[in-house]
Ligand binder design. Structure first.
Ligand code: ADP
Ligand code: MG
Length: 379
């Protein structure tokens, strides 16, 4: 019998599509947005606000390891990645449900630190936890363990082996303020908040620190991990920054034609906007905001300087499209929050595909895919 993990052709998105196509189409006019966006969106009778629902699961060894993050940070991240999905559609989070699969080895102190991270983050965003589910986890082989033999031994000793955290988050958005992945039009400009690639570069630093990518890093490159700039990218991996205030400004001022949060990398996530909108995209590589620190880390890891931004994932920045005449306004408005906004490309007709266009006008098809849980990085 074939297994999902055996097929290198079958990615996360194809698996989701298999579910979607096997379900007969949803004929319920309360469903405003179903499978395929950052949240499901439901109409609530005559209310002027839509109900939003999103759910994200963090799995030990796939999304985190307690070797790289504290339990408190793991809890914070579990809540933040859900808030980011509500933000991506222009809404505000409201209520959460917390489900946990707990390994027998997890200590009470660690459980408390994990849940404190979740609860503290919920409070910061005025979210109340209203329920959930708690189960025992069965320990399972870890994906990270393939990388280095002694790492698997280390991983087996960590207390979170098999931990699964699933949060379902509800939110609300005024009917007129909803932004979906669909709606980008040819000539719209493509914008992004913040800087890209920090989280993936931070993860690579954490790996080298633990000896996992020792074979890939240039031997003459020695990182001083305690340096502030490195600590910052590591922190971006451990505790993402979500752009809720920025997203609310964009939605309240009706400035975006489409929006998504960058969880899988720019190359993967621009594809969702293009597929949903029936359009293509021209990205300008020299405009993609990548810090000097991230470029330096990429160089040391012998990766192209844009690889973290394009296919690294977990930046949780906003990627959105805006009609050209509104681009200046949205930039000025969002930058009042202190968050930088960059114009990184232009939406094109579908037949143009998704390409990188360099400063000399040379066009390269964008083949790199975003982070894919079912395709090993070294395939
Ligand atoms: P995000 O990265 O924004 O959290 P995902 O890539 O996880 O989004 O999911 C994309 C879409 O697919 C969402 O609408 C999500 O609800 C849906 N989805 C993901 N997994 C499943 C599943 N197993 N069954 C049904 N829908 C799913
Ligand atoms: Mg998302």
């Amino acid at each position: 019998m074939s297994k999902v993990a055996d097929s290198k052709l079958l990615g996360e998105f194809q698996l989701i599509q298999r579910v979607q196509t096997r379900q007969s189409s949803v004929a319920d006019d309360r469903v405003i947005v179903g499978i395929g966006d950052d949240c499901a969106v439901l109409a609530q009778g005559s209310r002027e606000k839509y109900l939003m629902v999103t759910t994200d699961m963090l799995v030990d060894g796939v999304h985190f390891t307690s070797l790289y993050s504290s339990f408190r940070q793991i809890g914070q991240k579990a809540m933040l990645v859900n808030i980011s999905d509500i933000a991506a559609m222009g809404g505000s989070p409201t209520f959460a449900f917390l489900s946990l699969a707990l390994p027998a080895s997890l200590g009470m102190e660690q459980f408390d630190a994990l849940t404190e991270g979740i609860i503290k983050t919920a409070k910061e965003y005025s979210i109340s936890i209203l329920g959930g589910d708690t189960n025992a986890a069965s320990p399972c082989p870890c994906f990270f363990a393939d990388s280095l033999a002694d790492f698997s031994a280390k991983q087996a000793q960590v207390k979170a082996h098999g931990l699964v955290i699933n949060i379902t988050l509800l939110g609300e958005v005024a009917v007129s303020e909803l932004i979906t992945r669909k709606g980008a039009k040819p000539d719209d400009l493509i914008l992004v908040t913040g800087q890209l690639g920090d989280s993936a570069a931070g993860l690579d630093l954490l790996r080298t620190l633990n000896g996992v990518t020792a074979d890939k890093i240039s031997l003459d490159h020695h990182f001083d991990y305690h340096q502030d700039t490195y600590q910052q990218v590591i922190l971006r991996h451990q505790v993402p920054v979500v752009r809720l205030a920025e997203a609310r400004l964009i939605s309240q001022h009706h400035l975006a034609t489409a929006m998504i949060d960058l969880s899988d990398g720019l190359a993967g996530d621009i594809r969702h906007i293009c597929q949903q909108g029936g359009v293509g995209a021209m990205l300008w590589p020299d405009k993609i905001p990548v810090s000097e620190t991230v470029k330096e880390i990429a160089g040391a890891m012998e990766k192209p300087s844009l690889s973290y931004a394009l296919s690294g994932g977990e930046d949780y920045e906003l990627l959105f499209t805006v009609s050209p005449e509104k681009a200046g306004q949205v930039r000025e408005l969002v930058e009042q929050t202190g968050t930088r906004v960059s114009i990184i490309g232009r939406i094109a007709e579908k037949k143009k595909g998704i390409c990188l266009v360099d400063a000399d006008g040379q066009t390269i098809p964008l083949f790199e895919y975003g982070f894919n849980h079912f395709i090993p990085c070294n395939s």
